[in-house]
Design a protein around this ligand. Sequence first.
Ligand code: XBP
Ligand code: MG
Length: 258
Amino acid sequence: MSIKALIFDVDGTIADTEETHRQSFNAAFLEHGLSWDWSRREYAELLRISGGKERIAVYIESLRLQQQEKARLKGLVQLIHATKTRIYGELIADGRAPLRPGVARLIGEARAAGVRLAIASTTTSANVSALIGAQFGAEAWNWFEALACGDVVPRKKPAPDIYVRALGMLRLPAHACVAFEDSVNGLQSAKAAGLYTVVTPTQWSEGQEFGGADLLLRGLGDADAPLAAGDASLAGGPYLTLEGLQQLHAAALRQAAA
Ligand code: XBP
Ligand code: MG
């Protein structure tokens, strides 16, 4: 088996969480007496910025305000974001943002085959734990040997830092791992770290530039959610299995060595 570990992005990849993030941002703004209210269209643009704190700071900078007021508001970013993270955790614990089709199946196939699991996400470890706990149960926290999240690295996606960190925690070389992503920032991060990367966009990231993806599918697919014909031919079947991925990954390694 040329694949020793699967490294999953979280938001948009394991689950379509960005609508819950958007609602959490807006609820936090309200709680802090701010009249900001990010529409879906506005949030889709803001998603180009990795990291909720960074996103809020860029938004503040875009406002027509005196520099002094911008500086004051930027001084509140950590507090606003902590409120947003609390609200997000509550919504996720309520079962918002179910797993995308095939995620639980592929993770189960990997565990059965002894392929190791890791997370490489821009969001906070609190958010990742909330999602994994809500969707898999608390025992699943131990399935992921490496949780590389948020601020543990100086540069967020599209920089490779978070994937390099996950590889270091796994003590594995990039060529022995596969990354799963949903966005161009995530794809660029994983490719810059040298990983074979599967991209499954969501409505928030569709239309972004996925030219460098090793495998681009609308989703992983499942027995009750089979892939459309085009994706099925790429995946080698009605849904992407670990065995199918292993064949694609091994072929890519052979091609790179040729
Ligand atoms: C996506 C992100 C995150 C989330 C919001 O992360 O860019 O910023 O949008 O979460 P991923 P935070 O790498 O998992 O796709 O507010 O915690 O940043
Ligand atoms: Mg993502």
